[in-house]
Ligand binder design. Structure first.
Ligand code: SAH
Length: 239
């Protein structure tokens, strides 16, 4: 079963509204909406902002039966060629705010973990094709750098680019990726660029976020049309 997460209402509300046979269930602070979307049985959730919320929600989705996870939302562009409206499909995700360097670890490395968690090849390929289907948009594959910070400074953008080779920055993707990796669950992150994480980010984000959140959602719908339909069976108990 496919799990779909967005951090904010704007990122998932239209998907939830279009669920057939919708059932909603709140447990341990996480509300999961299950049903059928474009012939796929899915579970969708608004996970909340930041890495802790994203990790908690991902674990709940997996416990409820998600076997593949798609994150959909907006991000600040870091790759120099990215502008508002472009799309990023994750190759892998890092946590840019992790710093245990004083003990000899590389920046971004959580002791005992890899620096980055790779997105699933098949989901990446389907997301890329679905994104290109939108037409007239720049679509790049690249690294998603997550941290519990809204980045709004050109120096920080340059640092993210030079240190991690990040394509975009946001606040959830790597937490989803880390939890998925622990469970062996394939994932991909789709981010529509709402701002370029520099001094204009606050204004751009406020202006463009709702529209860009819808754009990422369209990519998810196009992905569902392309993904081989699983047999739509009755919902498992409790989902
Ligand atoms: N919902 C609140 C808070 C949004 S925080 C509001 O709109 O006021 C920003 C959200 O957008 C996070 O979910 C994050 O993943 C993403 N995001 C977009 N641009 C970002 C940037 N420049 N830096 C970090 N996160 C960004």
């Amino acid at each position: 079963m496919l799990g779909i997460i967005g951090a904010m209402n704007e990122e998932v509300e239209l998907l939830i509204a279009e669920l057939r046979e919708r059932r909603s269930n709140t447990q341990a602070g996480v509300t999961l909406h299950s049903g059928v979307l474009d012939g796929h049985r899915v579970i969708i959730t608004e996970g909340g902002i930041g890495k802790v919320n994203a990790a908690m929600t991902t674990a709940a989705l997996i416990a409820a039966g998600a076997t593949r996870i798609i994150f959909t939302g907006v991000a600040g562009g870091v790759h120099p060629e990215l502008a508002v409206g472009d799309l990023v499909i994750s190759t892998d995700c890092v946590q840019h705010d992790v710093d245990v360097t004083v003990l000899g670890y590389d920046l971004g490395v959580i002791p005992g973990e890899a620096l980055s968690w790779s997105a699933d090849e098949e989901l990446r390929a389907v997301a890329l094709a679905a994104a290109r289907e939108q037409g007239g948009l720049r679509v790049i594959e690249g690294r998603v750098a997550s941290g519990d910070q809204f980045v709004a400074a050109a120096e920080r953008v340059a640092w993210l680019w030079q240190t991690f080779g990040a394509a975009c920055t946001e606040m959830e993707g790597a937490a989803v990726a880390q939890v998925c990796a622990r469970h062996g669950v394939p994932f991909v992150v789709i981010r529509s660029v709402s701002d370029t994480a520099d001094t204009g980010a606050k204004v751009d984000y406020r202006e463009f976020m709702p529209q860009m959140a819808r754009r990422a959602k369209l990519v998810v719908r196009a992905m569902l049309r392309r993904l081989e339909r699983e047999q739509v069976e009755p919902a498992p108990n409790g989902a």
